[in-house]
Ligand binder design. Sequence first.
Ligand SMILES: Cc1cc2nc3c(=O)[nH]c(=O)nc-3n(C[C@H](O)[C@H](O)[C@H](O)COP(=O)(O)O)c2cc1C
Length: 305
Amino acid sequence: MAIPTSRAKEPAEISVNADLCNACGLCVAACSDFSLTLENGKAVKSNHPLFGCIGCGHCMAVCPTGAIEIHGRTISPDDLFTMPPRENLANYSQTLALLQRRRSIRKFKNKTIDTEIIEKILDAARTAPMGLPPSDVNVMILDSKEKTRSFAQDFCNYLGGMQWFVSNWFLTIMKPFWGKANDEMFRGFIKPLFKIYTEGMQEGKNLVNYDAPLAMYFYGSPYTDPADPIIAATYALIAGESLGLGTCMLGAVHPLIQNGKKASKFRETHGIRFKSREGLFVIFGYPALKFEKGIRRSFADINQI
Ligand SMILES: Cc1cc2nc3c(=O)[nH]c(=O)nc-3n(C[C@H](O)[C@H](O)[C@H](O)COP(=O)(O)O)c2cc1C
């Protein structure tokens, strides 16, 4: 067994075509698993890999003669593509301008998002560095405001049956286990959020996902590094911005649909395949608000040692 993910448990297969190998050693240098070595002037599989080939494809991508093929763990030589030329890349000031212009948008024009745009967002998000290949990130897509509203409605109904989770007796019992910060978060944020979401929905206001014409939910599996869905969601958000869409991350749904039978039923109803440690919604739409000013942000701390 190699490093397991929900999609692969075995190592990928490395093959080196000795006739094409020019012994440049780039594959050996690129492989952080030490799966390759040079022997008698040729790259060969080493007998001391760390975990076994995880199928990152680095050796195949760096090889200047096409001597290496990786098969398995969902990767094959068909996955290689020629990199876009350097002169096509956004430079730092263009990238910074895109990032500086982004504001979280929660009011959208009544305009649907074309399938091609959705594909473009997914194409960009798939390039995100996601832990161990093959990526264990799943994406659930709601591609109309009717679908986001229906999801939000269902979520609010589900919260209605989960009131005990934010009841004073439950929070008092849990405080010694999950600590002061969690207690404060639940009392000051999650408990009022239940009320805001459910009462808002009763009044016809969707404060869960704002009736966005597109929502993507990035989540993992029991195997996934918790960072992976978040990184993919961030890439999707930036791609959405570059396509002229307003975007906003939504963190509140994921943690509330992880534990218990009702959560499991809710996930099943909405085609969410796994529970996972982290997950994030990103909503997209043509912004109904225009911002003239950005807001300078800070980190909690930068400690350069
Ligand atoms: C992990 C995460 C979760 C978030 N969850 C929500 C949410 O549930 N609802 C919401 O309206 N905004 C949510 N936001 C958006 C933040 O409120 C927003 O990023 C913040 O106010 C800063 O504003 P800006 O994104 O315009 O800079 C979330 C942002 C992040 C990064």
